[in-house]
Design a protein around this ligand. Structure first.
Ligand code: ZN
Length: 131
């Protein structure tokens, strides 16, 4: 699956967004090594702090399906905005534990404008607990 095809899956995932407050629908799609694609979309709540970004919905769903970061190839994130939907700080932190640091993060929009970075580029010197 190409980066562009995965971006189309993220665009498709936007259809599951619940965003009555921001009206900013975001979709995410994670490609697994076995070819499966796990989708996520932002889920908002009247108590704004209880909302969840598309990337975290997708990565937590993948965990519930039994996947770990060694199973992941890349993630695509899509919105309808001209400014590309880069992951927020909370998503970058969560992904730094559950997503490969050298995995591609594709940020794109409905016009297929996109940019590809690694997670490490998006969150250098990430926080992690050592044991
Ligand atoms: Zn986020």
């Amino acid at each position: 699956m190409t980066e562009l095809e995965l971006l189309d899956k993220a665009i498709e995932a936007r259809g599951f967004s619940y965003s009555p407050y921001s009206h900013y629908a975001v979709g995410a799609a994670i490609l697994m090594k076995d070819g499966k694609v796990v989708l996520g979309a932002n889920q908002e709540n009247a108590a704004y702090g209880d909302s969840m970004c598309a990337e975290r919905v997708a990565i937590f769903s993948s965990r519930m399906m039994g996947y770990t970061k060694k199973d992941i190839v890349m993630i695509a994130i899509a919105s309808d905005a001209d400014d590309l939907p880069y992951p927020c700080g909370s998503c970058r932190q969560v992904l730094s534990e559950l997503f490969p640091l050298d995995g591609k993060v594709i940020c794109g929009n409905l016009k297929h404008k996109m940019e590809v970075k690694t997670l490490e580029e998006l969150l250098p010197n990430h926080f992690i607990l050592k044991d």
